[in-house]
Design a binder for this molecule. Structure first.
Ligand code: UDP
Length: 416
């Protein structure tokens, strides 16, 4: 196994100890002690994209942090044809409450691709975590010796009933389901746990940047900084409401002068992105800039320089971009939906809005009152430090994995 430090000692990944100035020595020791008690377990994560979207962002940091602490943690990505990802994106939308026509053709392609992935993936780990609906059916194709957990990141407060009827028996095959919030709980025999996501403060997206570094990224993309910046960073997805953001910005512009920057990427498992991007581009003008790039340093620079960060989602399991911006002390205006309602406390560490008009009012207020923006940003940063750093997320996983280790260990001993 590769070490987390190379021979020359120049290369390393963030370790739990690096969080000590943020969370204290006691929390660091407690977490490392829990990891030691797991012994020599080997954990596997399975999802459907290496980049683009919050799940890949969390997994890339979480798997490194766990390994650096001594918990062997792998990450595999399932492969799929475009028709597979078009179906799973429809499922993702329908889990959030959208419509879906559940045809036999769709379920056949979905199940076939999952089967092909099962054939080429040899999974013999001590615990398996399967993320979101794309790889959900994998479980059917293994003779299981270990616990399997389905971790769904989607806002499931009102899943489409036809889809849920189809998926629920597969979900029931798992030993546990992990959702981001108690509000997403479903009627299931399987035990359900609730773990909110978190961010890595040392990643390219979140690490500290100097004013020069911020300027360099903005100049690179031709983003002028002569006026206050209003920013939304999101995959190009209709649930992120980019058109609502543009409308709110246009309303705000009647009262204050500012610029809007919409930055988005397109995940490999999201075939709708190009279409949404193209429709948003139609609204670009001298004050509205739309960029489709994958550049975490640009995300970081924009969230740090923005006068207002918007996340005007219509559905959001948990908005990582919200927490990322809050960590940087930004004034964030979020849609009053899903996880964002738990991330932002309205008027305390950001604002929650229900409509385009409310979003416009908050933009105007924050552009006119930079002191208010600073106050909200300071409270936002403290919220993230105490509740949404990666070590908290890792500890909840380690606790859950530990509870299974005991259960399966005892079962194994009883059967022996
Ligand atoms: N992101 C990015 N570049 C972009 C848009 C998004 O790097 O152009 C990252 C963003 O910083 C965050 C993740 O992708 O880490 C999006 O996670 P979130 O939970 O906000 O939304 P999701 O895409 O998972 O619905």
């Amino acid at each position: 196994m590769a070490s987390s430090t190379d021979d020359a000692g120049a290369m390393r990944v963030a370790a739990v100890e690096d969080y000590e100035p943020l969370i204290g020595a006691e929390a660091v020791d407690r977490l490392l002690g829990k990891v030691r008690r797991l012994g020599d377990m080997h954990v596997l994560n399975v999802n459907s994209t290496y980049y683009g979207g919050g799940v890949a962002e969390i997994l890339s940091s979480m798997t490194l942090l766990m390994n650096s602490a001594g918990l062997k943690t792998g990450w595999r990505v399932i492969q799929g044809r475009p028709d597979f990802f078009s179906i799973t994106k429809k499922m993702h939308n329908a889990l959030q409450g959208g419509d879906i026509n559940m045809t036999e053709l769709k379920t056949r392609i979905y199940e076939e691709v999952a089967y092909e992935n099962a054939v080429r993936n040899h999974i013999d780990h001590d615990l398996v975590i399967v993320h979101d609906p794309q790889p959900l059916p994998l479980i059917r194709h293994y003779r299981r010796k270990a616990p399997w957990i389905w971790r769904c990141h989607v806002d499931m407060s009102r899943p489409n009933p036809d889809l849920w009827d189809y998926l629920a028996p597969m979900v029931e095959a798992y030993d546990a389901v992990v959702l981001s919030l108690p509000e997403y709980a479903q009627k299931l025999e399987t035990p359900q746990r609730f773990i909110a996501p978190a961010i890595n403060p040392f990643s390219t997206t979140n690490k500290p940047l100097s004013e020069d570094e911020i300027d360099e990224r903005l100049v690179h993309y031709g983003i002028p900084t002569d006026l206050p910046l209003v920013v939304q960073v999101s995959r190009f997805d209709r649930w992120k409401d980019p058109h609502g953001v543009i409308e709110a910005f246009k309303l705000a512009r009647r009262q204050v002068d500012c610029r809007l920057v919409l930055v988005g990427n397109v995940a490999t498992d999201d075939p709708e992105g190009q279409e949404v991007f193209a429709s948003v581009c139609g609204s670009a003008d001298d004050r509205i800039q739309v960029l489709s790039v994958q550049d975490s340093a640009l995300v970081n620079a924009l969230q740090r320089r923005a006068a207002v960060v918007l996340q005007k989602s219509l559905r959001e399991g948990f908005g990582l971009t919200v927490t990322e911006a809050m960590w940087k002390g930004a004034a964030v205006v979020g849609g009053r939906v899903g996880g964002i309602r738990r991330q932002i406390e309205d008027g305390v560490n950001g604002f929650l809005v229900d409509t385009v008009e409310q979003a416009a009012e908050r933009i105007v207020q924050l552009v006119r009152d930079p002191d208010l923006a600073i106050r909200l940003g300071a409270a936002a940063q403290e919220t993230v430090r105490t509740r949404f750093l990666m070590t908290r997320l890792m500890e909840e996983w380690v606790d859950l994995i530990g509870s299974f280790r005991t259960e399966f260990h005892l079962q194994g001993a009883a059967g022996a």
